[in-house]
Design a protein around this ligand. Sequence first.
Ligand code: ZN
Length: 340
Amino acid sequence: MTLVIDCHGHYTTAPEAHNQWREAQKAAFKAGVAPPPYPEISDEEIRHTIDANQLRLIRERGADITIFSPRASAMAHHVGDEAVSIEWARRCNDLIARVVGLYPDVFTGVCMLPQSPGADLKGSIAELERCVGMGFVGCNLNPDPGGGHFDHPALTDRYWYPLYEKMVELDVPAMIHVSGSCNPAMHATGAFYIAADTVAFMQLIEGDLFADFPTLRFIIPHGGGAVPYHWGRYRGLADMLKKPALDGHVMKNVFFDTCVYHQPGIDLLAEVIDTGNILFGSEMVGAVRGIDPQTGQYFDDTKRYIDALAMDADRKHAIFEGNARRVFPRLDAQLKARGR
Ligand SMILES: [Zn+2]
């Protein structure tokens, strides 16, 4: 019996009052005044947004647990200043904690961090500690909090080290995940996300981060961006740059999800990348919500593609459950405590 753990879900259907408060917060920042008080949101309202969306699809598609985080495109770290980000992150993470509290057998929390261009990572570290204290099992780390300018230090830069030290101490992984694009020439989910995934992987090749942090773990979402398709390029670049082979240099610490929305893409991922580095994910309800006219199925019904892979049950178990338990040890402990 395999638990199907979806490592990549966002609360894209959060109550409208939450989204309206964010708009008011942004307007208040522009006007130089304090934001209005955060609205009361009832459990009923939260249930309403989950039951009809994520929970319905989880049940229909046969997943068991979703690792759930705030809507990524709305993190918008480039908006306002650090204080704005800190308050927004707390509101978003508190809402995730409430969802987990209402559905403890279905959801577990991953937090967004209150990053801000020009800020150090003290606020992010404090929020990560607060959220892990509430039972969260990981975080989403934005490698480009400027929102599409790619002017932040590489992920291997010492700028990030205080956060990595805290992640190692707490034994939580990060999903590398950008947010909205403020560059109109770069579509958020179609261009910015996939570009950032690919950029992050190349940064890890060029640096030597995991020599300093041998237990640090990153998930690169959206199937690893362009990386699996161009695997020969990255192996070849590692060789040209006099770096060790990728299996020891990067792939002990980096994992790709299965948010690749067609069968040939999943087939390639499974053929090129070691099974131990693949985590089941769907990112639903998310970037691509429609039905594929070629198959008649939802693009983001990614379990279907794994089920169709020509691989044995042990490897599928690793993708659906085993790898997620390894990458998210706090989730593993929660499941064991519940006899799962
Ligand atoms: Zn996402």
